[in-house]
Design a protein around this ligand. Structure first.
Ligand code: UDX
Ligand code: ADP
Length: 481
């Protein structure tokens, strides 16, 4: 029986290991984490993350060949293949602050592996890391090894939240990078044999370590760049009367461009895109490639611009003041079908509106009040630093925020509604009922192209939708200004 241990029971480690256990009944998989609360949750009926289909996969193999444990060292010592899927936050201080990845958690995991290992191990980088991290990890392991052979592989994860189980069940590709030595090649084959149980051979791509590490950063940078490109066009559409969804449809018909991932939005979020691009920027700078760094930095810059443009639109439409006005925020997660709020555009939009003295009433079907309050109180990049995740004392600004149980409650008595996440339920709300209960003029600011603009205008709403021609009412207002 092959023994696998994964360090880090997070969004990546948990579902990925559950799928390996599910597809390989003869492999023993133990997921370990220093957070006992997280491990307890994985062992309970309420898993720590919401992901469609995950409960079924975990239930099918938990306590058979899938285990969750906080006994980190014992399971690491016992395993042949160790996946490392720990946090790699963006540094908030020191050299490279605001860009570089903080590898503290990685380094401590590597030192622990070296300390407890009594047999040869394959150590697999699963969390996204800067290019050449494997080299540093290799040094830490070999200098502390006591004669044990460690092979480092890079096996970046491409799952997207909300579709993780689908992505893991039939991945478009599995990347395995390793050293081009006999030992490296043998390690690649060992990991390949695990994936080969359910992934077709032509989808398992092997390459050198640095290519695998860079491919992950480049893939996320390209995806984010598509969104920033559409978001840049969305601003031009609003200014000219073009419709960004028609433009996206037209350009997506070109098979060289393709139709996926062209939805203009209030801005991309999630734990990967911004972090990985900033990482790429930092690596370029370190290698003297200032122009390349600046090129990628613009992708993040446009994303910031899109969020602040949205806040400006809300404030300027509502007669240049939202002070004391109730505004409903529908959706807080960074996209639908997840309870994850890391880097969600909703945080910046809410903070922007709170800064202008608005009173926010927030509703999200999957995000708890505690999480929302914590997110609004945290400084940028702190979400990935566990030491900052202690419950914070409610700050003064949070008094302007209430978190409610449904969209109708959020919108009652509000002057405006901001749609931040494309949850399906927001498409089928009774907008007439919502309109009746709101202050007039009643505004809808759709950051996700969820609502039917024409229908809402017929009801009487003033509607702003990213990248769509401005509401005639807004145009008149701007002309008068
Ligand atoms: C991403 C990558 O897709 C995945 O391959 C990688 O492993 C991790 O990072 P994820 O962050 O889970 O996955 O979500 P993704 O679906 O890529 O969406 C990221 C953000 O972009 C979300 O906020 C989403 O709403 C936004 N988005 C996506 C758009 O605004 N427009 C689009 O067309 C697509
Ligand atoms: P990702 O989205 O990449 O999966 P998460 O932040 O969700 O990232 O998960 C990372 C997990 O790694 C956290 O649960 C954290 O407690 C855990 N972790 C960090 N360092 C260590 C370590 N040295 N040993 C065990 N677990 C660790």
């Amino acid at each position: 029986m092959v023994k696998i241990c994964c360090i880090g029971a997070g969004y990546v480690g948990g579902p990925t290991m559950a799928m390996i256990a599910y597809k390989c009944p003869d492999v023993k998989v133990v997921v370990v984490d220093i957070s006992t609360a997280r491990i307890n949750a994985w062992n309970s009926d309420h898993l720590p993350i919401f992901e469609p289909g995950l409960d079924e996969v975990v239930k099918a193999c938990r306590d058979k060949n899938l285990f969750f444990s906080s006994d980190v060292e014992a399971h690491v010592a016992d395993a042949e293949i160790i996946f490392v899927s720990v946090n790699t936050p963006t540094k908030t201080r020191g050299l490279g602050a605001g860009k570089a990845a903080d590898l503290t958690y990685w380094e401590s995991a590597a030192r622990m592996i070296a300390d407890v290992s009594k047999s040869d191990k394959i150590v697999v980088e699963k969390s996204t890391v800067p290019v050449k991290t494997a080299e540093a990890i290799e040094r830490i392991l070999t200098h502390n090894s006591g004669g044990i052979n460690f092979q480092i592989l890079s096996n970046p994860e491409f799952l997207a939240e909300g579709t993780a189980i689908e992505d893991l069940t039939s991945p478009e590709r599995v990347l395995i990078g390793g050293r081009e030595t006999p030992g490296g090649k043998k390690a690649i084959e060992a990991l390949k044999a695990v994936y080969a149980r359910w992934v077709p051979d032509d989808r398992i791509i092997t390459m050198n370590l640095w290519s695998a590490e860079l491919s992950k950063l480049a893939a996320n940078a390209f995806l984010a760049q598509r969104i920033s490109s559409m978001n840049a066009i969305s601003a031009l559409c609003e200014a000219t009367g073009a419709n960004v969804y028609e433009v996206a449809y037209a350009i997506g018909k070109d098979s060289r461009i393709g139709h996926r991932f062209l939805n203009a939005s209030v801005g991309f979020g999630g734990s990967c895109f911004q972090k990985d691009i900033l990482n790429l920027v930092y690596i370029c700078e370190c290698n003297g490639l200032a122009e390349v760094a600046n090129y990628w930095r613009q992708v993040v810059h446009i994303n910031e611009y899109q969020k602040s443009r949205f806040v400006n639109r809300v404030v300027s439409s509502m007669f240049n003041t939202v002070s004391g006005k109730k505004i409903a925020i529908l959706g807080f997660a960074f996209k639908k079908d997840t309870g994850d709020t890391r880097e969600t555009a909703a945080i910046d939009v809410c903070n922007g509106l709170v800064g202008d003295q608005a009173l926010l009433s927030i509703y999200d079907p999957r995000v708890t009040e505690d999480q929302i309050r914590r997110d609004l109180a945290l400084n940028k990049f702190d979400w990935d630093h566990p030491q900052h995740l202690m419950p914070s004392s409610p700050s003064a600004t949070l008094k302007q925020v209430s978190v409610v149980m449904d969209a109708y409650q959020a919108a009652k008595g509000a002057h405006g509604i901001c749609i931040m996440t494309e949850w399906d339920e927001f498409k089928t709300l009774d907008y007439q009922k919502i309109f009746n209960g709101m202050e007039k003029p009643a505004f809808v600011f759709d950051g996700r192209n969820v609502v039917n603009v024409e229908e809402l205008r017929k009801i009487g709403f003033v509607v702003f939708s990213i990248g769509k021609p401005l509401d005639p009412w807004l145009k008149d207002l701007m002309a008068a200004a």
